[in-house]
Design a protein around this ligand. Structure first.
Ligand SMILES: Nc1ncnc2c1ncn2[C@@H]1O[C@H](COP(=O)(O)OP(=O)(O)OP(=O)(O)O)[C@@H](O)[C@H]1O
Ligand SMILES: [Mg+2]
Length: 343
């Protein structure tokens, strides 16, 4: 499994305004690796996740590429499920899924013919082959994503049926750390931690090789945060790729191999986790770490800009201790993977 996000941008069209929610995102992720996407509220993290799954509303325009190559060391799990699904015939699981090639010949897939551009893939392909089968989404606020009038068991059973999986809800629940009796509860009867586990079980039902976990620890207490992060790490160590979106840098430090820092719609630093926590290079990333109670506990002054009114230059300029005239020009990610004129 490999994912290469290449120049991905998302804009929302509103009456009289345009929200630039994701701008020119570039990163790679592969099996056995965990990338943590961090940044303040509203910087575009969830929109990026939803863009990968084709879950954005009709007023969104997505450009760029997000190449997904399901082959690789753990292709067995992803391919078996998607092969069945692609043909709609559970007996023909031997064929590789017939994925959609690149949208334009000069701009083709980087991984060969078996890769799929999630940006241009038709809804039918995303629904039948991608969501739940190649990419499992653990949504932000899981309780809100569960159907209120059906028990956890009924929702797990329905997902398993849709995916054509042989497992029982009880088996999935046990893997997610739930007791069988928890499954007879309705969403409003689940604690935050239980709802999180049900969401995890649903996302993992199709054994997808890529997991996208959007704020999987919001509202959980520290032991549950630790357990959730340990579970994501285990999924990764078993050979899946994990994209975890979080505000919680301490949690990110526990689980991630790499960190992508997002500010005002752009990834401004992309770094291996070790060097990042030892010394981030972007002034915004340094500010985020300095704001941690376990570090200096000094917040970054000011607020991020409105995504409807992004400046031409560096969006962090008004808050940045290093700002100079040079910052009036947009700093682009350089070979050192940091978008700052002064890093
Ligand atoms: N359907 C939409 N129409 C217009 N703007 C939208 C839409 N969905 C999201 N946005 C805007 O896109 C921006 C990014 O939102 P997003 O949900 O990705 O933030 P986030 O980084 O996930 O924040 P949080 O950490 O609070 O979850 C926000 O300014 C949000 O208001
Ligand atoms: Mg979000």
């Amino acid at each position: 499994m490999k994912l290469r996000v290449d120049g991905l941008s998302v804009r929302f069209h509103l009456p009289g305004a345009e929200v630039r929610a994701v701008t020119d995102a570039r990163f790679e992720l592969r099996e056995g690796r965990c990338l943590a996407l961090v940044g303040e509220s509203g910087c575009g993290k969830s929109v990026m996740a939803h863009a990968l799954l084709g879950l954005l509303p009709g007023n969104a325009t997505v450009t760029g590429h997000a190449w997904l190559d399901p082959s690789g060391p753990d292709a067995a799990s992803g391919d078996a499920a998607s092969g069945d699904a692609a043909s709609g015939d559970a007996a023909s699981g031997d064929a590789a899924p017939d994925l959609v090639p690149g949208s334009s010949p000069g701009d083709g897939p980087p991984f060969g013919g078996g890769s799929l551009d999630l940006v241009t893939a038709p809804e039918k392909v995303l629904a039948r082959q991608v969501r739940g089968r190649l990419i499992g989404l653990i949504p932000q606020s899981p309780a809100a994503h569960l159907t209120p009038v059906r028990t956890a068991r009924a929702q797990l059973a329905e997902t398993l049926r849709e995916l054509g999986r042989p497992e029982t809800p009880d088996l999935l629940a046990a893997r997610a750390g739930l007791r069988p009796e928890d499954l007879d509860r309705y969403p409003h009867q689940l604690s935050g931690g239980m709802a999180q586990r049900v969401a995890n079980a649903l996302a993992l039902a199709g054994d997808p090789p890529l997991i996208v976990a959007d704020e999987p620890t919001t509202g959980l207490d520290r032991p549950l945060v630790d357990a959730t992060m340990a579970e994501l790490r285990r999924l990764c160590d078993e050979g899946r790729a994990v994209l975890v979106i979080t505000h919680d840098l301490r949690a990110a430090e526990r689980v991630a191999d790499e960190i992508a820092v997002m500010y005002a719609s752009r990834i401004v630093e992309l770094s291996q986790a070790g060097p990042f926590f030892a010394g981030p290079r972007h002034p915004y990333a340094r500010g985020l770490l300095d704001a941690l109670p376990s570090r200096r506990f000094v917040p970054i002054p000011g607020r991020p800009p409105e995504l409807t009114r992004l400046p031409d230059g560096c969006a962090f300029l008004p808050r940045c201790p290093l700002a100079t005239d040079a910052c009036e020009k947009q700093p682009l990610m350089n070979g050192k993977k940091v978008a700052c004129h002064h890093a």
